[in-house]
Design a protein around this ligand. Structure first.
Ligand SMILES: *[C@@H]1O[C@H](CO)[C@@H](O)[C@H](O)[C@H]1NC(C)=O
Ligand SMILES: *[C@@H]1O[C@H](CO)[C@@H](O)[C@H](O)[C@H]1NC(C)=O
Ligand SMILES: *[C@@H]1O[C@H](CO)[C@@H](O)[C@H](O)[C@H]1NC(C)=O
Length: 266
């Protein structure tokens, strides 16, 4: 039977920034104990400077794009921990979160971008900006502490670098709705095999053009899998449907994908 429509049901999911035990202990620390490391404020500043701000680059632009409120102090430094969209670890002061979704960023991004010096990042959301058909930079492999990565709806194109499979701490990966992203068959397998902590995997409109790896059925914590319009083929592994954690499954518009059993949960 062909899988033509979505099944399962959509549960609104909210993923707050996951904090490591050391940062949680920081609730005892004074709120202003953290100051940005100079190299991190420079890296963020250079990152901002590598783009033009164009509200038409985002479909849901913020009233004022966050980076426009960033300021360097005289002499070059700046407490980037207080910048809009930037989150620092309360104890170490390292930048651990960057949320610049829908911020009107427009420009090309490559592996030399200063963003990839922010090696303590755990949360990175650049969704709904326009990276002008840049390939996803392999420099992402440097951000080995990432738990949340959202690059959806951002004008990325080309082959997804195999380095994405180095991000073994990822809980949530969303690369949906880019124009022409391609994930090689072997990279899809490696991704599923290496990213064992994944709870959310959204790859809508990525051209995968292969079968769905059976090892998916071993994912211990998958809650949301969305593979709409990925040119999947072959038989969908029924083991995935039996994952006790799974709440959301979207497989629409993969005309060559078959399922031995079809059922709808509502
Ligand atoms: C840092 O401290 C502030 C103020 O006490 C608190 O609101 C915030 O959640 C803490 N952030 C982290 C990452 O621990
Ligand atoms: C990624 O960001 C987009 C745009 O803000 C949002 O619609 C989507 O739900 C996010 N993905 C995840 C997995 O949170
Ligand atoms: C990305 O992966 C390629 C191939 O495995 C490797 O040669 C390269 O060093 C990696 N780059 C980064 C930035 O991790």
């Amino acid at each position: 039977m062909e899988i033509t429509s979505l099944f399962f049901f959509l549960v609104p999911l909210f993923f707050p920034l996951h904090l490591s035990p050391t940062t949680s202990a920081a609730s005892f620390a004074a709120p202003y104990s953290s100051h940005c490391h100079d190299y991190e404020s420079s890296a963020l500043w250079l990152f901002k400077e590598s783009f033009t701000i164009d509200t038409s680059a985002s479909s849901h632009p913020e009233a004022s794009p966050k980076v426009e409120s960033w300021h360097l102090q005289e002499g070059g430094g700046g407490d980037c921990c207080s910048w809009d969209g930037v989150e620092c670890d309360n104890i170490t002061g390292h930048v651990i979160g960057l949320d610049l979704r829908s911020s009107g960023l427009s420009g090309y991004i490559d592996s030399h971008n200063s963003l990839f010096q922010l090696i303590h990042l755990q949360y990175l959301n650049l969704a709904d900006n326009d990276f002008l058909e840049s390939p996803i930079p392999s420099g992402l492999g440097h951000l080995s502490k990432l738990t949340h990565l959202n690059l959806s709806f951002s004008g990325f194109s080309g082959q997804i670098p195999s380095n994405i499979s180095d991000l073994i701490h990822l809980l949530s990966l969303d690369l949906s709705e880019n124009d022409n992203l391609i994930l090689k068959n072997s990279d899809f397998n490696t991704l599923v095999k290496n990213l064992v902590s994944l709870e959310v995997l959204h790859l809508d409109y990525v051209d995968i053009s292969s079968e769905v790896p059976h090892i998916f059925a071993n994912s211990p914590s998958l809650t949301s899998l969305s593979l709409v319009s990925c040119r999947l083929r072959g038989e969908f592994p029924t083991g995935i449907l039996q994952l006790p954690t799974l709440e959301v499954l979207y497989l629409d518009d993969n005309e060559n994908l078959r399922a031995a059993t079809f059922f709808r949960k509502s």
